[in-house]
Write a new protein. Structure first.
Ligand SMILES: C[S@@+](CC[C@H](N)C(=O)[O-])C[C@H]1O[C@@H](n2cnc3c(N)ncnc32)[C@H](O)[C@@H]1O
Length: 208
């Protein structure tokens, strides 16, 4: 495992409890995000994986909408919390950089606020992996921070010391990377982000 991935994993392990508290109930106040997730739930067909699922809050929300879904996260502590909170759902430790899934196994894949931890040079390879594991007609949903290009090392997050990087890219570049990986972009939504120069980007894409 690269130093970068190991640092991200250790950081989210350390922050897991506080992060879980931070996101608890958050979706209730986010109607646009609920709409995006709801549209994905209606569109998708077949088994879905959420990669970078954290404590499983989004995975369980999609499951409550009738999606057959499992979660995968880099941080073992996150996976433990998700398993304890949602014993009816499957959660595994794993990295989106090397998905242990068969070609064409999934009808859908969600990466919700997790790809901003990838150095931009790794994004094309990860998107190619998403394309590989989706069946023909399979749906991809990406939700992520976007905006003015920025690379930042965080040393504190969710009230605990951490050491991980966050890489913000302009929305057009993220969308172009998804298209370049072989996907057709079917919809995209930009909302004002956490500060000026930032957006929340949701992208729906489909494998031909
Ligand atoms: C901001 S949290 C998002 C969690 C959840 N999707 C949500 O929206 O609340 C980012 C998550 O991505 C995970 N993550 C970061 N890099 C990853 C990778 N390469 N593979 C899988 N998960 C990763 C982290 O461990 C963390 O749980």
């Amino acid at each position: 495992m690269s130093d970068h991935l190991a640092a991200t994993r250790a950081s989210y392990d350390a922050a897991a409890e506080n992060y879980t508290e931070f996101v608890s109930g958050k979706l209730e106040g986010l109607p646009m995000m609920r709409a995006v997730l709801g549209a994905f739930a209606e569109l998708v067909d077949g088994p879905v994986a959420e990669v970078g699922c954290g404590p499983g809050n989004i995975t369980s929300h999609l499951a409550s909408l009738g999606v057959e879904i499992r979660g995968i996260d880099l941080a073992p502590r996150m996976v433990e919390i998700a398993r304890a909170a949602y014993p009816g759902l499957r959660f595994d430790v794993g990295s989106m950089t090397s998905l242990k899934l068969a070609d064409g196994e999934l009808g859908g894949l969600v990466a919700w606020y997790s790809i901003h931890h990838l150095p931009p040079g790794e994004l094309p390879g990860v998107l190619a992996g998403f394309h590989r594991v989706l069946s023909s007609g399979g749906r991809l949903l990406i939700g992520t921070h976007a905006g003015d290009e920025e690379r930042r090392l965080l040393t504190e997050a969710y009230g605990v010391p951490v050491r991980y990087e966050s890489f913000i890219q302009p929305p057009e570049r993220i969308v172009e990377s998804i298209r370049s990986a072989g996907f057709t972009i079917t919809a995209q939504l930009l909302e004002p982000g956490i500060r000026p120069g930032r957006s929340y980007l949701s992208v729906f894409a489909q494998k031909d």
